[in-house]
Design a protein around this ligand. Sequence first.
Ligand SMILES: [Zn+2]
Length: 135
Amino acid sequence: MAIDLIRGKLTMEFAWNAGRAGTVFLEHLSRRQIVGSRCGRCRRVSVPPKSFCPECLGRTEIPVPLSPTGVIETATHHTSTATTFALIRLDGADTSLLHYYLGDTPPTPGTRVRAVWAETPDLSIHALRGFEAEA
Ligand SMILES: [Zn+2]
């Protein structure tokens, strides 16, 4: 007999050191700017920024300004909370950013989106509320 689905709920407290790259990312988000990193060896642009390239381990340049617009690569919708998470490939980036999609219905891959900022951005990922479809 195969088990198709395991249901559960996980709640945990944690502390996480943002590190140099994460700190720069959050500082820029609080100023309504999205930045990434560029590898000095293979030129890959990662967002959120990385201290070292995840592809070739080359040293990176931080910050690299990125567009607040991009495209949905994939999304998943949680029906009980009406929450949609999406992987967004920002224009100019080679990796995807996981964040909320703020539309009423789940987006299809390829949907053009733009950043939606919090009214009073703070030093957290929530400075960026998520993304909505471009008009
Ligand atoms: Zn690289």
